[in-house]
Ligand binder design. Structure first.
Ligand code: NOJ
Length: 710
């Protein structure tokens, strides 16, 4: 930390301490109280200094009005902290986090978060409950859409990038909004993909795989953390001093504020971990939860609890100090109100739309183009049939958690086809099916249309309400009516079929992948969905997205992930007798309209001491006809260790843009941080022995080298 930052922190701390010294017990408790609605009773509580934070407050005028009650009517005039779920955009909706992760573009993630923060702050929201750093291997879980996928390295970097973006400094030099790394910890491990369900995992999985992405966000400076709804290994996360004190504060040195998830302190009762509301409040405070989201148990019970057990006063003071610190760090005391001169923008500013489009096209993954049908071209494709329920669906294109996004801002695929492809080719649209229900006569009309066209682009997938919080599925397939649409188009016409998947989770759609002429994974891309897809389908943008999750062939393969263990019996038997062992598409996979060639893998040295680093490089060439971007991926395997290691672990990636015929040497530095493991006692060590190193285009391909560590 820079000296000047330190003195800033100390200055805020001393101001917070000074203020704390003037507060009554009731006022202190007030700071720990957050409400998710604001009616008459809550307004009175604000005036009495008994509410510290609100969420679900919409609009600058409303924020100013409530802020005025806090600042002008409460005794100490402490401003409210207004939070909300600004997950992948505010008014401008960016790709869902899983899609953003598919871009492997950390700058784009940071920029998107920065724009979201600017738009939110213009309406008085100074705290976002993002990024979600819950690593998951569970596509049935609806919240996989909010995650950055299955990999610990990519997810850690993504969490950090988003924290930097949200907390980028505003004109006054304060973080635009405070970030909140959530849901601490292990919420992505829910059994059976059922949201809120039990999570149970080994200490090794927790420490090697699940915790690092939260740490990534915290090390990037996140001011706040949210505790999870779920229990972890027998203790609800919101009641876990092991998670919230021992790991978060003692081991990681986190000094920011912890907020519960929505009523998750009260829910300690339903977990069977607290007797009643009073006991839940006591356990929440003991565990280290500073702010109570919406349940009201701190407001109701902390006073009598502190009176009964005066030693709790110290914990309360620490919690309040941390909350006040965040308010000082955000400059809320200097500037509690949103300027009247900053009304919400009438539409989306052009530069925000341009960033949304760029980020969206970078998130699209070309999965299959066996027939070479893509990109569309004016010569071959004079008449194009656009088919499918999502082609002209403004709302669902935005994906889950797009509550401030407006349907009228969205450019659908049909909009973009008409305006951008329409001038060169004839384009016609027929939905063919609903998302979950057939449309009477829809498939017949779609088939007739496709017969008259040179190509059919079929947009299928999920509604936003099939993903996100508590929208889980038992089967990760395409809804039957949509799969039938594709089958009939393939069986009843000779027209090539390009399938565009628009979804919030990987879909196990093997038949579609085998029979379609091309498959494009477009996820839920947000406001600029149609423009981004038109860019990719026409080849104006050469697809460069890579999968941040493994796509299974069947729901029954879950969990399936690339960095599995070898086991004692690898490949002795098939994993299943009714399904191929391999995934439909591996982690890191994605095609381009050009071909990248890898050669000349070089290890600076073939043996190093365990304290040393080594540089590894490869030459990547664009051997095809178009300029394009490759995501060069570095994986390692520690062959023998005192604890077993995954068969591959991602340890680096670089994006390189190459003109046709151009070659570039891409280098990585492997340091002890990448080569080490946690031993049986969870001590970090680099152990002597051999490592395999791969550099390649995805987790199943690459040039292999060997490194000896002494
Ligand atoms: C519950 C969700 O789990 C959490 O992610 C969100 O931030 C809160 N509700 C507030 O809306």
């Amino acid at each position: 930390m820079e000296k000047s930052e330190k003195s800033g922190l100390e200055q805020w701390r001393s101001r917070a301490e000074e203020l704390l010294g003037t507060m009554t017990l009731a006022e202190k408790i007030g700071q720990t109280v957050q409400y998710g609605r604001c009616e008459e009773r809550e307004r009175e509580l604000i005036a009495e200094g008994k509410v510290g934070s609100l969420l679900n407050v919409h609009g600058a005028d409303k924020v100013n009005e409530l802020q005025r009650i806090a600042v002008e009517r409460s005794r100490l005039g402490i401003p409210l902290l207004i939070g909300d779920d600004v997950i992948h955009g505010f008014r401008t909706i960016f790709p869902i986090p899983l899609a953003e992760a598919a871009s492997w573009d950390l700058d784009a993630m940071e920029k998107n978060a920065c724009i979201a923060a600017i738009e939110a702050a213009a309406e008085g929201i100074r705290w976002t409950f993002a990024p979600m750093a819950d690593l998951t291997r569970e596509p049935r879980w609806g919240r996989i859409a909010e995650s950055t996928g299955e990999d610990v390295y990519l997810s850690s970097l993504a969490a950090a990038a988003k924290v930097r973006g949200f907390q980028s400094l505003n004109a006054e030099g304060f973080p635009t909004v405070a970030a909140c790394v959530k849901h601490f910890a292990g919420y992505g491990w829910v059994e059976g993909g059922r949201d809120y369900d039990t999570t149970d995992m080994s200490e090794r999985t927790l420490r090697e795989t699940v915790l690092p992405p939260y740490l990534g966000g915290i090390q990037a400076g996140a001011l706040t953390v949210m505790s999870a709804f779920s229990e972890l290994n027998g203790v609800p996360a919101t009641g876990s001093s092991y998670l919230l004190r021992d790991i978060l504060r003692e081991e990681w040195g986190f000094t920011g504020m912890v907020v519960s998830d929505w009523e998750s302190i009260e829910e300690l009762i339903y977990h069977g971990y607290a007797e009643d509301r009073r006991d839940s409040a006591r356990r929440g405070l003991l565990a280290g939860v500073d702010m109570d989201m919406h349940s009201g148990v701190y407001l109701e019970h902390l006073e009598s609890l502190v009176e009964e057990s005066p030693e709790l006063m110290k914990l309360l003071d620490e919690a309040v100090l941390r909350i006040l610190m965040v308010k000082f760090q955000l400059g809320l005391f200097e500037r509690p109100y949103v300027d009247a001169g900053e009304p919400p923008a009438a539409g989306i500013p052009a530069e925000h739309a341009e960033q949304a489009r760029d980020s969206a096209r970078k998130s699209i993954v070309l999965l299959q183009n066996d027939s070479g049908i893509l990109p569309l071209d004016d010569e071959r494709h004079r008449k194009i049939a656009l088919i499918g329920p999502l082609a002209d669906d403004r709302h669902n294109s935005m994906g889950c958690w797009a509550w401030k996004g407006r349907d009228e801002d969205v450019v659908t695929v049909w909009d973009a086809f008409q305006s951008e492809i329409g001038p060169h080719a004839e384009v016609c649209y027929e939905p063919g099916s609903g998302i979950n229900e057939a449309i009477p006569g829809g498939i017949d009309r779609a088939v007739e249309l496709a017969k008259q066209c040179d190509v059919a682009v079929v947009t299928v997938g999920e509604s936003e309400a099939m993903t996100g919080e508590h929208y889980n599925v038992a089967s990760i397939t395409l809804p039957a009516c949509q799969e039938r649409l594709i089958r009939e188009l393939k069986e009843k016409t000779a027209t090539p079929v390009i399938v565009v998947l628009m979804n919030g989770r990987p879909l196990a759609t093997e038949w579609v992948h085998r029979h379609a002429d091309a498959v494009v994974e477009a996820w839920h891309l947000g406001t600029m969905t149609g423009s981004a897809l038109a860019d990719v389908l026409t080849g104006r943008h050469n697809p460069s997205g890579r999968l941040p999750v493994t796509i299974p062939r069947s729901t029954g393969q879950i969990p399936i992930y690339y960095n599995r263990k070898n086991t004692g019996r690898p490949h002795l038997y098939e994993d299943y007798i009714d399904c191929d062992d391999s995934p439909l598409y591996p982690f890191g996979y994605g095609l381009s309209y050009t071909t990248f060639h890898y050669d000349d893998l070089q290890l600076e040295r073939s043996a190093i001491h365990r304290d040393e680093s080594v540089s590894v490089s490869v030459r990547v060439s664009n051997a095809g006809p178009r300029a394009g971007e490759e995501t060069v991926q570095l994986y390692i395997r520690d062959l023998v260790g005192s604890t077993t290691r995954p068969v591959k672990e991602l340890k680096g990636f670089r994006k390189v843009f190459l003109q046709p015929g151009e070659s570039r040497t891409v280098s990585f530095e492997l340091t002890p941080a990448e080569l080490g493991l946690l031993d049986e006692q969870f001590r970090f060590k680099v152990e002597p022995g051999k490592f395999h190193i791969w550099i390649g285009p995805h987790s199943e391909e690459g040039l292999q080298g060997e490194l000896t560590v002494t």
